[in-house]
Design a protein around this ligand. Structure first.
Ligand SMILES: NC(=O)c1ccc[n+]([C@@H]2O[C@H](COP(=O)([O-])OP(=O)(O)OC[C@H]3O[C@@H](n4cnc5c(N)ncnc54)[C@H](O)[C@@H]3O)[C@@H](O)[C@H]2O)c1
Length: 254
């Protein structure tokens, strides 16, 4: 059963919404009545998300945004404020996972790129979003990972970046809780998106192995994570602050 939320009159911004978890979240927010600003480096992906939302009668617009660039981040927040009158919900989802070779073969450029998007990107987004929400309140949901709380073999840069996402979530949440800006994170295990395919490939065996690793018997679908994000963005989670919500099919419990 899916919860229903009423985000009518709300303005939401989702980064990395050109596919995967970000697209599912943008679609779910729009289906619940929010006007959605879709950000991504991929114009094709972003425009497709807007078209999917529009086809169901929702309101959305695409702004090309590289979250590692302060000017892009400020421009997308400005777009939300200038076009829709404010910013109520922000989902900082854009992220990359490039460590697919053993540690000794990594490139320093990959380490820096992971941190520029996953860590610096969330920092820049929260900075601009909080400035737009101050005095009015809002909800921010950052997308961490099981790697926000566990070590992942052979992925130190990704693991460090996702620990940083949860750390920044907690630090900002403490500072803004009393100002009506709630800041939380979702921490998924494996989700069936491009990132997972890059990691394990497309074979049926690989998919079965990933599913079997989760006590629930499958990897998450993007909408499983979107539903957790909507809950954290909604008044239903009104007393939840600085939390890293594991959405992992039981993987971290075993
Ligand atoms: N898929 C998983 O198994 C999984 C598990 C845990 C956490 N996550 C996290 O979920 C988030 C979304 O990942 P996904 O699985 O949907 O992957 P995805 O690759 O399907 O989507 C990521 C989106 O981010 C965009 N993007 C990449 N770099 C960007 C940048 N610099 N600025 C703006 N957009 C950018 C991509 O174009 C893409 O549309 C990431 O933060 C990822 O680390 C994913």
């Amino acid at each position: 059963m899916r919860m229903t939320y009423d985000f009518s009159g709300k303005v939401a911004l989702v980064t990395g919404a050109g596919g995967g978890i970000g697209r599912a979240t943008a679609e779910a927010l729009a289906a619940s009545g929010a006007r959605v600003v879709v950000g991504d480096v991929s114009e094709k992906g972003g425009e497709e998300t807007v078209a999917l939302i529009a086809a169901r009668g929702g309101t959305a617009s695409f702004v090309r945004c590289d979250v590692s660039k302060p000017e892009d981040v400020q421009a997308i927040v400005d777009h939300a404020v200038n076009s829709y009158g404010g910013l109520d919900i922000a989902v900082n989802n854009a992220g990359v996972d490039l460590e697919v070779v053993p540690v000794a073969q990594w490139k320093l450029e990959d380490f820096d790129r992971i941190h520029s998007i996953n860590t610096r990107g969330v920092f820049l987004c929260m900075k601009a979003e909080i400035a737009a929400m101050e005095g009015k309140g809002g909800a921010i949901v950052n997308v961490g990972s099981l790697a926000s709380v566990n070590g992942v073999a052979n992925k130190p840069a990704y693991t460090a970046s996702k620990h940083a996402v949860l750390g920044m979530t907690r630090a900002a949440a403490l500072q803004y809780a009393s100002s009506g800006i709630r800041i939380n994170a979702v921490c998924p295990a494996a989700v069936r998106t491009a990132i997972l395919i890059d990691n394990v490939g497309t074979s049926a065996e690989a998919a079965a192995a990933v599913g079997a690793a989760h006590p629930i018997g499958r990897a998450a679908e993007p909408d499983d994570i979107a539903q957790a994000i909507l809950w954290l963005a909604s008044p239903a989670s009104g007393f939840v602050v600085g939390h890293g919500l594991l959405v992992d099919g039981g993987l971290s419990v075993q």
